[in-house]
Design a binder for this molecule. Structure first.
Ligand SMILES: [Zn+2]
Length: 274
């Protein structure tokens, strides 16, 4: 386990002892939680992982403890098996720092700037939802955008049920998304797939998450069904958003299909008619 490699040197700081206690396998330790430093994001979304961070670094210790505490609030069945966090990674030739907190899909890891450690809890939970869903997207459109929107919706719903409230985001996170008051459907929602800039996957995901929240506003079978519908979706395709969604539904475990289908029908009513 990489945490065992956390070095013990440097000046003392308040969180160091706690970081070392957990990192060395204390009874509350979360296996699979790894914080790396010195990671670099290059061209074509390739990520060069750095080295395990040390508890003697206050910034990294704070990040480790924050992620550890958050994971403790997530039910076991919903916890990602691995949580790899790149602390303050840099991007591109000038090595510019990455800002904020984001999911890096290609490496199934989180990129977290120093300032983002204290981001509002539901923002973290949304990104942990992406990690847990581990969705891989096809290259071709419209499948990529439709499935990316579903992935955003599942991450929003995951955040809401694990936080126990429908309001996501907060002061640091820009606009708040309330799953109890999702944006209304627009006539051109799906037509936007054909426009430059394409589908607004966060807005469409918010709508899908709103439907899921309406169906089951708590951590229960629905969130587990939806997570089981995600994963490697690279082989999915379809001529339009309706056929893509139908192909996605057919890949869901049979036990959950009857719960997920009404959500899809309400999400794209004009496209899934028989
Ligand atoms: Zn997201």
């Amino acid at each position: 386990m990489v945490l065992a490699a956390l070095a013990c040197s440097g000046p003392d700081h308040p969180s160091r002892a706690e970081c070392e206690r957990i990192g060395s396998g204390g009874h509350t330790a979360r296996p699979g939680l790894v914080v790396l430093r010195g990671s670099r994001l290059g061209a074509v979304a390739k990520l060069d992982p750095g080295n395990p961070a040390s508890c003697s670094d206050p910034g990294r210790a704070a990040l480790f403890l924050r992620a550890h505490a958050l994971l403790a609030t997530v039910p076991e069945a919903l916890r990602p098996a691995r949580v790899t966090i790149h602390a303050s990674p840099t991007v591109g030739a000038p090595n510019a720092p990455v800002a904020g907190l984001e999911y890096h899909r290609e490496s199934a890891s989180l990129l977290v700037s120093a300032a983002a450690v204290d981001m509002e809890r539901t923002v973290w939970l949304h990104e942990l939802g992406h990690l847990r869903a581990a969705t891989r997207l096809p290259q071709a459109e419209p499948a990529q955008s439709v499935l990316a929107a579903l992935d955003e919706g599942v991450a929003d719903y995951y955040a809401a049920v694990t936080a126990g409230r429908p309001r996501l985001g907060g002061a640091h996170a820009g606009a708040e998304r309330d799953l109890a008051a999702p944006p209304a459907a627009r006539a051109d929602d799906w037509a936007r797939l054909a426009l430059p800039g394409g589908l607004d996957v966060h807005r469409m995901g918010w709508r899908f998450a709103g439907l899921a929240w309406q169906a089951e506003p708590r951590e229960g079978a629905l969130v587990r069904f939806l997570l089981a519908c995600m994963g490697d979706l690279r082989a999915l395709s379809g001529a339009g958003p309706g056929p893509v969604a139908r192909a996605w539904l057919e890949g869901c475990p049979e036990a959950g299909r009857a719960r997920v289908e009404p959500l899809l029908r309400a999400w794209m009513p004009e496209l899934l008619g028989d």
